[in-house]
Write a protein that binds this ligand. Sequence first.
Ligand code: PMP
Length: 362
Amino acid sequence: MIRTFNFGAGPASIPTEVLEEAQQELLDFKGSGLSIMEASHRSALYEDVHNEAISLMKELYDIPKNYEVLFLQGGASTQFTMIPLNLSKGGTIEFVNSGAWSKKAIKEAKILGLNTKVIASSEDTNFDRIPNDISFSNDIDYAHITSNNTIYGTQYREYPKTKAPLVVDASSDIFSYKIDWSNIGLLYAGAQKNAGPSGVTIVIIREDLIGNHKENTPSMLRYSTHADTNSLYNTPPTFGIYILGLTLKWIKAKGGIEAINRLNQQKAKLIYDTIDNSNGFYIGHAQKESRSLMNVSFNIRGKDKNLEKELIEITEKSNMVGLKGHRSVGGIRASIYNAVSLEAVQALVDIMNKFREENDVK
Ligand code: PMP
């Protein structure tokens, strides 16, 4: 069996070792004669899986003691509503608008009728950078950023300093670098890029921010409901949490998040160097200082749709999927999350170099 090199933006590559372990245990989990999928979420069998995923996450991500890890559903998109419902105190929420997902977060806070303010934006240049004029006010309910912009391929080098709690949508770069938790109020992510399959939403929240929801907030949308019950208020996405746990074990076996980060830097450098050394044949979408280590979005000289299509077709014939760019940028997008191997990236770069040699007429 040949595993396809998956450069998709999400759901994305899952480490082969994780899938193999899941496969081995699929019919008989730890001698129970059951698949973990069939186990009650109230059974000791499942609770061990659940609690191990939480404790491994705390260990690998250095999550301070005054934070809770929650496993929710509804994707990161539900957090766009749940966060303002729980963290707004009727004051202002400030946002950085760095892309389509930031805009969606802003839109949902507005639907709730809350005071929102965009304090920095890169929309004027089709989100080709993280704005550099970010300065959040002190007297706000919270500040919101999207740490990695999946579509445009831009990423913060470091998070802005804030006095108010910083809320981070880390959907496309969770577990890919160490976090300075000092001003973070809440960090959230759908699992389906760096943390396993879709269906699990990870929320890491500072304890003092739990329980401040408005009175008419539905139970399922209160962080306190899930924090009070160890995310077992209702049936959690048990299989997804199990795979998330295996993914965390895989990160640990690789040497932890710092080791993964070093590998990610190496992978990204291979592609960015190929772009930079192409004499303008390949044009990266992101400005250099905002380049993402997770998603590399680029076009071919003159946004040549025929050449871009041809390159994508070649990758597809070469055991690769997921390289078509998002419609708002076009071109090619290589998502090189934690589970995408150096070997996969090297194979892509080889194709890019050969394609340029054959097609760069200038
Ligand atoms: N935020 C970011 C940065 C994303 O990339 C995505 C998904 N691509 C989302 C939010 C939405 O996530 P979900 O599909 O889990 O709702």
